[in-house]
Design a protein around this ligand. Sequence first.
Ligand SMILES: Nc1ncnc2c1ncn2[C@@H]1O[C@H](COP(=O)(O)OP(=O)(O)OP(=O)(O)O)[C@@H](O)[C@H]1O
Ligand SMILES: [Mg+2]
Length: 490
Amino acid sequence: MLAEDRLSALLDAAVDAMILADERGRITRFNRAAEALFGYAPAEVLGENLSMLMPAPYRQEHDGYIQRYQKTSQPRIIGIGRQVLAQRKDGSTVPIELSVGEFVQGAEHGYVGILRDISERLRQQAQLKNQADELRVIFENAPTPILITDLAGQIIKANRACCALLGRSEEDLLGRSQLDLLHPDDRAGAQQLHQLSVEQPASRYEWRYLRGDGTVVHTTNYAALSVETDEQPPLIISEIVDRSALLSAEHEAEELRARLTHAGRIGTLGEMVSGIAHEVNQPLTAIANYANACRRLLQSGNAEPAELIGTLEKISAQADRAGQVIRGLRSLTRKRDAVRERLDCNQLISEVAKLLEFELRNSGWRLLLRLTPRLPTVTGDGVQLQQVVLNLVRNGIEAMSERASGDFIQVETYRSGAGFIEIAVSDCGPGISEAVEAHLFEPFYTTKHQGMGLGLSICQSIIAAHGGEMSYRGNAMGGATFVVRLPTAE
Ligand SMILES: Nc1ncnc2c1ncn2[C@@H]1O[C@H](COP(=O)(O)OP(=O)(O)OP(=O)(O)O)[C@@H](O)[C@H]1O
Ligand SMILES: [Mg+2]
């Protein structure tokens, strides 16, 4: 093969367009890839000025470039390569990467240009950039606060909603440790986040952040680990949800419940007040009688000290009894926040029984207490639990005034399985029909003329707040048994 033919074959095999030109810039060779790129046949371009392959204004300036280079030997493109526009036969332009070399072979001197169509590459780059821009816009404007940190907790990015939630500018956040932004009590727990691993890629934390103005914001932080890539080490992406609204709603509901519970209690006691007054009056009458007896003894002049002491002891016992009723009444009427303490249910029931004594005696029923000794304690609010017992016993008394198959109401306490105790209140009333049973715990459901229909629903919400449950069942006397099941404190 002639050297000439070999060169042609070589040029035509190249993937890139290759164009050779003489020292004045006239085309001497035009390979096959160049034909495909420009749409010219070699015969149309050979001997023509290279500038025909360029769009204005380069077309007009090209001869000037060559002359300047030949005069100054200062290359602008030769040996460097750059991105330029080429013009096809049909007049359209195409972005190309152009590298130019110079060659001298004997007397012959010329240039070689290698051209690569980069329109696809540029399109892809533009698309990637668009996608990145789009993602940035979404991230920035997402309504959810998002915080991105590295594995050590240093903040890398925070979107607008995050800055607003934390009350800090982006500059203030970037580069800081997330731990610094947390309430001091939450920092220790927050260290766990940095143990997030591939096995446990997502977690949920309840943290308080310190806002820029020093106030505290309660949040739920949903953290996830991003997947490690060649370009990117793993990051922790946190969605921070503001819980303040939720907490204040919870708080409001809690307050409402407390108010309702208290109102219910006052209502119940209001209904019981004449009975309770009677209960207090009895010891007072007894005290007055004993006091009179003492006076008469002393007046008669033959008072035996032993006799006097015995009577005075009776006075003091009666005063104690009146005091107990008043104390029970006072603690039940006082409005106060719910408390949590260790409680002996047997003791609570014995106390509340004193308030019920008159009402029971008046209606002719006995109150039987069958309290299991050494009952495990429960945690909660004693006054509220007493309210439950009070409501249940009074429902029983009211039911028995309708129809009674026996003459007692029984309150029982016992252990029930591991970790629970139960309080069961049983009456000898008519029991509860299925139709009524379906609505028992609904607020304002009552079958009574004077009833509010709140008793059982208040009981249920109190017991639920103590982590327990309330249920109803019929009993052997044909009456109703309400069972309160409570977790024990241990
Ligand atoms: N021991 C019971 N025996 C029969 N029916 C009962 C008994 N306890 C409750 N009920 C029925 O359930 C209804 C709802 O009871 P709940 O204590 O909630 O309200 P109420 O007693 O009617 O009114 P309130 O307790 O607000 O004064 C009662 O009206 C009654 O029909
Ligand atoms: Mg009731």
